[in-house]
Design a protein around this ligand. Structure first.
Ligand SMILES: [Zn+2]
Length: 226
């Protein structure tokens, strides 16, 4: 199970934020718009906290100051990708040759780049360019982190299967029990197992960045190691 996936469809912006002179005001809108994941490396912000995510100027603000607060030029990215992209913007000639940054509003990302386990497989010149700039296949820390998440998710899937099996066994046992005390004991165990299963599901959603959480508080608590 790999939570690192690029969109297979082009994104149409849904949010309609009011105009502002401060592009930071757009962050909560961008966070919702792009489902709390970095558009470049697909890291969910549930894992590193919203404070480690930034408003990204797709066309760099130093080169295109007129787009500083234009919502359609803004995206949601992790701070590593934001730092790496910085002021990089390919020349017109390079763009013509396919060396451009793909973005989910203008491109089907999956056609340019795809994850296989913790590494990416570029599928176009733009995908190669994105991989190079964001160091998706060369940043050892990033790769180790993704491997860790993928392994944890696999463990959670195994745990869920074991708990479901245990619940089935308990259901069968219960039918054979006559002693009310033993039934009560079994029911207590079942309730504990159900709670454990629910928690395993929530943990899985959290790791995959799909948890439906009350956003900031939970993300910040996690970033603070609570
Ligand atoms: Zn990123």
């Amino acid at each position: 199970m790999n939570p690192f996936r690029y969109p297979t469809k082009q994104h149409r912006r849904r949010e309609r934020p009011p105009a502002t002179n401060n592009y930071h005001d757009f962050k909560p809108f961008l966070r919702r718009e792009f489902e709390r994941k970095c558009i470049y490396c697909r890291l969910p912000d549930t894992l590193r906290g919203e404070s480690n995510f930034a408003v990204e100027h797709f066309k760099p603000k130093d080169l295109f100051p007129e787009l500083l607060t234009v919502y359609s030029n803004l995206f949601y990215v992790c701070s590593s990708c934001n730092r790496r992209k910085w002021n990089i913007w390919p020349a017109a000639k390079e763009i013509k040759q396919g060396r451009f940054f793909p973005n989910p509003c203008a491109n089907v990302m999956d056609k340019h780049i795809r994850y296989k386990n913790a590494l990416v497989i570029p599928r176009s010149h733009a995908g190669v360019f994105l991989e190079e700039v964001m160091m998706l296949n060369t940043d050892e820390n990033g790769i180790a982190f993704r491997k860790h998440i993928i392994r944890q998710l696999e463990r959670l899937v195994t745990l869920q299967k074991q708990l479901q099996l245990a619940l089935r066994t308990m259901r069968l046992q219960r039918r054979k029990l006559g002693d009310p005390l033993k039934i009560a004991e079994l029911d207590r165990m079942r309730a504990e197992t159900v709670a454990e299963l629910d928690q395993a599901r929530l943990d899985g959603q959290f790791l995959a960045g799909e948890a439906d959480l009350p956003p900031e508080s939970r993300a910040d608590a996690h970033a603070a190691g609570v």
